[in-house]
Design a protein around this ligand. Structure first.
Ligand code: SF4
Ligand code: SF4
Length: 414
């Protein structure tokens, strides 16, 4: 599978994707909307330029493919394409605005994988990140037993109502799949506590995997590490063996990975919900009640992996509207056109400054609404946006959606 360095590999790119390159009319719509181009006006980073570069590289190295090529790859053109390919948050905005509906992110991810295998890219920080994920089963270099540290901390602080059972012991029909960020990141793990508290109060029979939970490895797919398939297969086999009916995850990254990427690899014997969707169902059933008011204007950030990638826009908004006292005000860019916070696609490792600038830009969007609160239902977006707000000392209060729901249910929140 390894190919000579310096030559663009094509083994992961389908014939349909290659033919799709010719469907690009160079209209420039994607350039207008790309969050990275907004911050870094090098034309190379735009989807249009990447498609043109890719076609140019293919023409030059594959004689007869799109015309007569010389069979040589221009090293400078390849270097520029490689850098631009990974300086992208895989936000899917270019797909949504493209009149030809080119499946751009699938193309970026397939090209990343082909080039990763061939030793062309990604940046060393991304390769190290992938190696860390595979070695530790999480990006924080922590032991599996520490995956449940949030339980002890929540019980001792009185913010966790009850110790959640291990699914291997209680054989509950519902699994709360927390993901690495909500499990390990001390600044974020209140999300795990809120999710457990809400399910607990709703009377749902659920369990967690605790130290047996593995990373979803979605970042391997985003960055292009080919080991994603093997890791996904192993996770699917383990999850199928649990005999669960329903899997709920509080993370948009885990959600897209399980719902979309895993489904291309093997059959999963359970329904998958994002916590926002599940809470919306509980609310509609009257199983949970949002009665404690939270006064103020609030705006909502659509995580790309929940919104544009899977199409979930309304459930979180219904929840916000159901909380007494809150007034939802939309940012100019919302739903399909929501501006990415930059926290996805491995961008943070490729170009940290760019990711931070994207978060700050999104905070400015939120500030422009006059809202006091900004909420999102994803731990990764929550982390990115909190960082952006801190960077510019924004008065906005960034709250995870589960945090607001728990408060309105009258559950003690710190
Ligand atoms: S996926 Fe998003 S960041 Fe990447 S090229 Fe498309 S619009 Fe730009
Ligand atoms: S929006 Fe689509 S057709 Fe237009 S330049 Fe971008 S990729 Fe090409």
């Amino acid at each position: 599978m390894t190919q000579s360095k310096g030559k663009l590999p094509l083994d992961k790119v389908s014939a349909k994707q290659l033919m799709g390159l010719d469907a690009c009319t160079r209209c420039g719509e994607c350039q207008k909307w790309c969050p990275i181009y907004t911050l870094d006006s090098r034309e190379d980073v735009t989807p249009r330029a990447k498609i043109k570069s890719l076609k140019g590289l293919l023409k030059s190295q594959q004689p007869g493919f799109f015309g007569l090529g010389k069979g040589k790859t221009d090293p400078q053109a390849l270097a520029t394409f490689t850098k631009s390919l990974w300086e992208c948050s895989c936000c899917n905005q270019c797909h949504f605005v493209c009149p030809a509906r080119l499946d751009t992110v699938e193309l970026w991810e397939n090209m990343r994988e082909a080039m990763y295998v061939a030793g062309i890219g990604p940046v060393p920080e991304q390769r190290t990140y992938c190696d860390t994920l595979k070695t530790f089963g999480n990006p924080y270099k922590k032991e599996q037993v520490e995956r449940t540290a949030w339980i002890e901390s929540g019980l001792s602080r009185g913010t966790l109502l009850e110790r959640p059972g291990l699914i291997t012991d209680n054989r509950a029909p519902v699994l709360l799949f927390l993901g690495c960020t909500a499990s390990y990141d001390e600044k974020i793990n209140l999300v795990a506590q809120h999710a457990a508290n809400i399910l607990n109060r709703a009377g749902i029979q659920f369990g967690i995997m605790g130290p047996d939970e593995d990373c979803c490895y979605g970042k391997l797919r985003r960055i292009g590490d080919p080991d994603f398939a093997e890791k996904a297969n192993s996770n699917i086999a383990r999850l199928n063996n649990l005999g669960i009916e329903t899997l709920i995850t509080a993370c948009a990254g885990c959600f897209k990975t399980l719902k979309h990427d895993y489904s291309k690899i093997a059959k999963q014997n359970y329904k998958i919900y994002h916590l926002a969707e599940y809470m919306d169902i509980l609310l509609a059933q009257g199983t949970i009640r949002l009665e404690v008011p939270i006064e103020g204007k609030i705006t909502y950030h659509d995580p790309c992996l929940l919104g544009r990638h899977i199409g979930i826009y309304e459930p979180p908004r219904r929840i916000i509207r159901a909380i007494p006292g809150l007034e939802l005000v939309e940012m100019g860019r919302n739903r399909q056109h929501s501006r990415c916070c930059g926290a996805g696609g491995g961008l943070k490792m490729a170009n940290h400054d760019l990711q931070e600038a994207a978060s700050v830009y999104r905070i400015r969007d939120a500030e422009a609404t006059g809202a006091e609160y900004l909420t999102t239902p994803c731990p990764t977006c929550f982390s990115g946006l909190s960082g952006g707000a801190a960077k510019i000392e924004s008065p906005l209060k960034v709250r995870h959606l589960a945090d607001l729901v728990a408060q309105s249910m009258g559950i003690k929140t710190p």
